[in-house]
Design a protein around this ligand. Structure first.
Ligand code: THU
Length: 133
């Protein structure tokens, strides 16, 4: 996996952030199982709650193109190391229980986690499948 390339893609996506309310720019790049990369930025709304985080923009682009399995995701934001919000952690979990999450400050300065570290004891698709009917 080329982590530098993934981080670079996230920085490029961050430039597209639509953030007239927070002015907080975030970019994400998701590497799917087949090697494809999808990028996303955060997109805000005048009514605030429809705001979509960069991570979910990238993941939803991938999923809507038929990709289902996340290998890794790189996240960059305005606050040094920018960690994914709880909602995005849950969405990463849906498509990447084994995903590597890269939180980057620059192409050379990054921290790496497993999704499991960021969202331990998670609830996911298997729980619904295993439910007693
Ligand atoms: N945001 C993201 O895009 N990803 C994160 O991981 C944290 C928060 C966005 C949402 C909103 O547009 C802005 O950052 C401030 O919360």
């Amino acid at each position: 996996m080329d982590k530098r390339e993934l981080i670079k893609s996230a920085f490029k996506a961050k430039e597209k952030a639509y953030v007239p309310y927070s002015n907080f720019h975030v970019g994400a790049a998701v590497l799917m199982e087949d090697g494809s990369i999808y990028t996303g930025c955060n997109i805000e709304s005048a009514s605030y709650s429809p705001t979509n985080c960069a991570e979910r923009t990238a993941i939803f682009k991938a999923v809507s193109e038929g990709k289902r399995k996340i290998k890794a995701i790189a996240i960059v934001g305005d606050s040094g190391y920018t960690y994914p919000c709880g909602v995005c952690r849950q969405v990463i979990r849906e498509f990447g229980l084994d995903a590597i999450v890269i939180i980057a400050k620059s192409e050379d300065e990054y921290k790496e986690y497993t999704l499991e570290e960021l969202l331990p004891y998670s609830f996911g698709p298997e729980d619904l499948n295993n439910a007693k009917k």
